[in-house]
Structures are given as structure tokens and as C-alpha cells.
Design a protein. Structure first.
Lengths: 213, 213
DNA sequence: AAAACAATCACGGAATTCCGTGATTTTTAG
DNA sequence: CTAAAAATCACGGAATTCCGTGATTGTTTT
């Protein structure tokens, strides 16, 4: 099957990156159109106007993240291929992207030409991951610790975490939520267990890095 | 004065971005050469081999930051023009860049064509800042609070902060750096004062949010 | 209905952070 | 050469986090 007349959409709040990549892709012979968006809303709008074969989505965007957008688009458009773009290489994020419809995952510090490779692969019904990612993914298949990695934070835990990262102490949180300090501590302990961190610092990093708030 | 035969060097650990921008710049008539680096070390090496008119440096890079690199290059090469590239728009960072020799400051979410404008401006001996930045800079001239904002984190403090965010305790840090726990505590206290935070959590947020590491 | 999960609470002790206050020694820049 | 800035250290006490261990009560899910 020959690939041609492909229509692409890139969504990344770093305009400089998306425009530059768009310029690069426009030069490719198999590309018919490249549309650039800087946020999820515009992307959804544009999808109502035209049909696209492949979208390249930044994972971390304000308002609506690329992951949420991916979930939405993959539900709406059956044949659409989705490639995520991210500067983070942690497996949890990658897995979450896959669960939400992504077919490929590219690192921003990968070589630019990987994009071409990725587009061709996903159009051929296969998947594509930056080298570093695919290695980690393979590891995680055989690695025990990666399984318990599949973390689910409960609503209450998330609520407590949100207060933790605003520099509230256990006492302050307990007062804000009208529960005992012991309970708050238990939640914090469980959070640390689930996120596999030892200190509040780790918790904060976990939360911020995957832009939970 | 006409601008032509310009040699550019781009340094950004996000290869995808630097390569894409390089592609864009190569198409410009006034550009003779564009060299791409992904880290400070390679950049310094390359400068020993060839002469450049303008460098575009990412502010946040692992190992040696763009700011440090800027300081080094502006000292070594008198006529070199330096444009910083960053995703953060906080004035403190901008000011620090200026202090360290930068002539321009571009946001990654600015329009790609701004680069052309910036290059032409700095080559003409002027400065260039993304709109959002120049507005903030103007504000800060008249705004009191922005002055006391002028935080200077010393190299040592930065070092300690980097260990703090890797979940190291005061004791562990003191051992790693071979200094007393008291000293580490003092640094932490000073950091919290300077960053206007009350807890380690705040410190971690400060560091991550402006991607200091 | 039983198992699994979520949310709640308790206690005690070790470890760590936080805070004020003050001081000495390098190092750096004018 | 001298200020200024940076890095070093000290002490003591209050506050907070961290950790283990265990338990009760609802609420889903199968």
C-alpha cells in the first residue's frame, strides 16, 4: 500500500515547535496538508471542518491535555491515527496514552526524521515509539515493579494530594476537609505507596510532572 | 547595513525542535549556515571549529543550562549575538538571561517567524523580546513587587535545591557534599526566603515549575 | 451475599523539617 | 585593597512528616 495525499494536524501549545515541524512535513512528498493548532479546542473545531489521517498531539498542554484530546478524537474518528509528542519518557504516561487511543509516542528530544517513520508506521496499522520508550516498555513487560505501577488514585486521595501541593500541612488539610489528622496521614501514606515515593517531595513531583493539577 | 551570509548555531536538548527550526532557517536567504547542538558541551566544541554570528540557546537544558552557556559564550566571543529560547515567561529568568549576556528572549509558544525578526534585530545591535515578555519587562519597571522578586539563587543553593528535589534529606545532602547538616539547613532556609515559600513542597514547585532541573 | 475497595480513625515513636539568631571564612567584583 | 556576596557552621526547640500496625464502616462489583 502506497502512502500519499496524507492530511496531518499538529497540536502543541509550543507554536514554535508545531510550526517548524509543519514546515518540515510540508516538504515531504506524501503529505498533502498540514494544519497547526495550539490547543485542544481549536483542534476539535478543525476536525469538524476537514478530515485528517494523522494527528500529532503534545501530551502536556494547558486546559485540555493531549491525552484527553486523544481519548476524544479516537472515539469520534475511527480511522484516525494518533501520535503523541512529549518531553517526558516515563512509562506510566506512555501507557496512559496508549489506553487513550495513541498509536505512537515520540520524544521531543528524538531526531526530527523519526516523525516520518512514525507517520508511515501508524498509517500502516502498526505502532511507533521512540527508541528510549520502546526499551522501557519492553522492560516493563518482565518487570514486576512496573505492574504495580498501574496506579489508581482515588477521588479522595486526589483531593488530599491537591491540598498537599498547595503547601498545606496535614493539620490544615484535616481542618479543611473536616476529618481527623490520622485519616489525612493515612491517605498520604497510601499515596506515597501508590506513587512509589518516599517523601512529600516525591509526591509533589509526581503530581506536577503529570500535570494532575 | 545589509544582513547576509549569517552563520547560526542552535542549542536545544529537544532535538526535534532545534532540527525543525534549523530547517526553517536554512530556507532564509540571509542564512549561510545553521549548526545544531543538543547540549552545551558540543556547542563549546563547535565554537572552537567555526565562527558564528548568532546563537539560539534553550534556557533549560540538563547538565549546563543555557544561561550558563550564554555567560560563557558572551565572555569568550565579543561580537556574538545571543538569543534565548524558553517556554517560561517569568521575568526573573528573563532578567537573569540578560545579565548573562543575552540579546533576545523568545518564547517557545511564540510564532516561528519571530525568530527571523529576532535575528535581524540582534544583528542590528538591538534587542528582541517576545511580546509577552516585553510587556512584563515594562511592568516590572514600575512595579514595586517585581523588584523584591529579584531572586538570586547562588550556585551552591542551586546545587542543594537539585538534591532536595531528588528526595534527599538534609542529612543525605550534607553527606553528599561533605558539609555540615547545619549548613545545608541554612541553604534551605535561604532558598525558602528567596523563593518566598514556607515549605519544601513550595521549593520543589518553584524548581519544577521553572524547570530549573 | 461475599469480596474488594474506599474512606475513616488511632497510637506511639523515630526522623526530619522548620525557625530564629548569630557568627566565621572564603571568594568575587569594583 | 576593600566592600559585598557566598559558603560555611552552631544550637535548641517547636512543628511536622514518616512509619508500622491495625481496625471500623460504608459502597461497589461480581
Amino acid at each position: 500500500m502506497e502512502i500519499k495525499n496524507i492530511k496531518l494536524l499538529i497540536c502543541d501549545d509550543h507554536t514554535m515547535l508545531s510550526q517548524a515541524i509543519a514546515g518540515f512535513l510540508k516538504d515531504q512528498s506524501f503529505v498533502e496538508k498540514v494544519f497547526v493548532c495550539t490547543n485542544a479546542k481549536d483542534t476539535i473545531e478543525e476536525f469538524k471542518k476537514d478530515k485528517y489521517d494523522v494527528v500529532i498531539l503534545d501530551v502536556n498542554m494547558p486546559e485540555m491535555s493531549g491525552i484527553e484530546l486523544s481519548k476524544f478524537l479516537s472515539n469520534e474518528y475511527e480511522n484516525l491515527k494518533i501520535i503523541m509528542l512529549s518531553m517526558r519518557s516515563d512509562i506510566l504516561t506512555v501507557k496512559e496514552c496508549i489506553r487513550n487511543g495513541a498509536h505512537g509516542y515520540l520524544l521531543k528530544n528524538a531526531d526530527l526524521t523519526e516523525i516520518i517513520e512514525a507517520i508511515k508506521r501508524v498509517l500502516a496499522g502498526k505502532s511507533y515509539f521512540s527508541k528510549q520508550i520502546s526499551e522501557s516498555l519492553l522492560d516493563s513487560q518482565y518487570n514486576f515493579s512496573s505492574l504495580k505501577d498501574d496506579i489508581f488514585i482515588t477521588p479522595r486521595e486526589r483531593e488530599i494530594l491537591s491540598l498537599v501541593i498547595t503547601e498545606k500541612s496535614t493539620k490544615q488539610i484535616s481542618e479543611a476537609l473536616n476529618i481527623s489528622e490520622n485519616t489525612v496521614e493515612t491517605h498520604r501514606k497510601n499515596l506515597m505507596k501508590k506513587t512509589n515515593t518516599k517523601t512529600t517531595v516525591g509526591l509533589v513531583k509526581y503530581a506536577i510532572e503529570r500535570s494532575l493539577f
